[in-house]
Each structure stands twice: as structure tokens, then as C-alpha cells.
Design a protein around this ligand. Structure first.
Ligand SMILES: Nc1ncnc2c1ncn2[C@@H]1O[C@H](COP(=O)(O)OP(=O)(O)OP(=O)(O)O)[C@@H](O)[C@H]1O
Length: 259
């Protein structure tokens, strides 16, 4: 089966500056959450901008569902099945939750499809259904993030790109938001996730990719990345919990490019 999205050997950057991404390759398989972690400025958000057509790569290829969509802009990428939930909060605060969510389906002509997708996202995100007629600006940060998720799923994307969904949230709201990310995956949408909160995100993800110097430095099952003490020191803000006498952290089985 084709990957939901595949970025192959991407070079990308801004204006005439040196490239930020230098031969980056990453793919997201159906039914999986892939998390990109890495130091500040490593290029994590840039990967998502390339994946959603906001930034055209200088070279490399982008495939969605096996179809080459390299060079397409954001509208075509959305039509191809790639939805992008941007960093920070993007709800329209003076509009209701309903109006915000329905904006996500404005390109859908068939009213029956809009009704079906609306029912789907209301079911997936109970807070969206509960606060349907409330002004979005009155919701908490975590609730607003779920409205953004619901809006992005209106077009039934193959893959959703999430840029730092926990930004500005307290630990409880962060947990709720990550639980909803898992529900999105379980409901059939693959997820490419970028997070500062690397440990928390890797606890949620199926696979992790560590970005450094504009390419994927290490990738593997998220649990194995989390258990790797060296990675913990370098990229995850400290060592993992000490292994217990009966087992504990398994030896990592992670892949380095070319290795
Ligand atoms: N719009 C832009 N114009 C010019 N340079 C940019 C722009 N956006 C990002 N950059 C530069 O690209 C590099 C990578 O930025 P990016 O935001 O992708 O990194 P990141 O890994 O997501 O960082 P962080 O964890 O701090 O969010 C940085 O050096 C940044 O200054």
C-alpha cells in the first residue's frame, strides 16, 4: 500500500538563504502517527510547510497516496488529501464553534457530504459537539485546538499535519489534545506531528524521526527512541527513567540514514 504522504530527498529553504532541509526524506503510512523531533531551528515546521504546499521545495519529490504532487500549492495539496493545522491558535474567536468547523468544509459542494462530515467530527470530538453554538473565543486553549482538528478533518484528509498542538497548553490540556490525536489516527487519518514537547509526543506516536542539520538523523519506533539514553540527553531534554531490575528500557533498534 502506498504511503499517505512521502517526502523524498527534499531540499528547501527561504529566499536566497542556505537550505534548511538538506536531503530530507520522511513518509507516513496509513494508520500511523509519525512525530518529528529535533532542536530549535532544525527545520521541523519547514517540513510541514513543504508537505502542505506552503513552501515549494528546491528539489526532491512529494507523493500523496503514491501520486506525485511536487510543486503543488496549498489548495491543491488540500484537495490531494493533506490538511495542515498550523502552530498557535487559528480559530476565529468571534465566530461560533459551528462556523469555525464548517469553514473547513467550504470547498465541499455536496450538502449531504458536509452533513456526514459534520456528524463525524462532532462524534470524534465531544467538546466540539457540546460547545457547538458557543463563540470559539470563549473556549480554553485545548478546546480551541480540538476545534482546529475538527475543521481540518472536514475534508476527510488522508493525512493531517500538526504543528506543535500542545503549544501554550497546561499538562492536562496537553494530555487531552494528544488523546484526540490518537482518536484521529484510529478513525483513519494518518498524522505527521511536530512537537517541542518531544517526550510527550513520542509517547503518543508510532514512529519518531529526529531531525538534525536539515535531514532525518535517526528514525525508528517511538518507544525505542524514548528508551535510548543518548538520544534522551541530546534531543529529548534529559535521560529516560532508569531501567528497572526486571527489565526496563530496551536496547534501541533505530535506523540512522544509510545505516
Ligand atoms: N519564513 C521564514 N523566513 C526565513 N527563514 C525562516 C522562516 N521560517 C523559518 N525560517 C528559518 O528556518 C530554520 C528552520 O525553522 P523551523 O521553524 O522550520 O524550525 P523548527 O525545527 O520548527 O524550530 P522550532 O522548534 O524552534 O519551532 C530556522 O533557521 C528559521 O530561522
Amino acid at each position: 500500500m502506498a504511503s499517505e504522504i512521502e517526502l523524498v530527498d527534499i531540499q528547501a529553504g527561504y529566499g536566497r538563504a542556505a537550505p534548511v532541509l538538506r536531503g530530507l526524506s520522511v513518509s507516513v503510512e496509513p494508520g500511523t502517527i509519525v512525530c518529528l523531533v529535533g532542536p530549535n531551528g532544525a527545520g521541523k515546521s519547514t517540513v510541514l510547510k513543504v508537505a502542505s504546499g506552503l513552501l515549494k521545495p528546491r528539489s526532491g519529490r512529494i507523493l500523496v497516496g503514491g501520486v506525485d504532487v511536487t510543486g503543488q500549492g496549498p489548495q491543491q495539496m488540500l484537495a490531494a488529501g493533506v490538511a495542515h493545522v498550523l502552530q498557535g491558535h487559528s480559530v476565529f474567536r468571534e465566530m461560533t464553534v459551528a462556523e469555525n468547523v464548517l469553514l473547513g468544509g467550504y470547498t465541499i459542494r455536496d450538502k449531504a457530504v458536509v452533513a456526514e462530515r459534520t456528524a463525524f467530527v462532532r462524534d470524534l470530538f465531544p467538546v466540539v459537539a457540546d460547545r457547538w453554538r458557543t463563540l470559539a473565543g470563549l473556549l480554553s486553549g485545548g478546546q480551541q485546538k480540538q476545534v482546529e482538528f475538527a475543521r481540518s478533518l472536514m475534508v476527510d484528509p488522508k493525512v493531517v499535519l500538526l504543528d506543535e498542538p500542545s503549544m501554550g497548553l497546561d499538562p492536562k490540556a496537553t494530555s487531552t489534545v494528544f488523546e484526540q490525536v490518537v482518536r484521529m489516527r484510529d478513525a483513519g487519518t494518518a498524522v505527521l506531528l511536530v512537537e517541542q514537547n518531544a517526550r510527550r509526543a513520542l509517547q503518543t506516536a508510532d514512529l519518531g524521526c529526529v531531525l538534525d542539520l536539515g535531514r532525518v538523523h535517526i528514525s525508528g519506533p517511538a518507544a525505542q527512541l524514548l528508551a535510548d539514553p543518548q538520544l534522551g540527553e541530546l534531543y529529548l531534554g534529559g535521560r529516560p527513567a532508569e531501567p528497572t531490575a526486571t527489565g526496563g528500557a530496551a536496547a534501541p533498534d533505530v535506523a540512522t540514514p544509510g545505516g
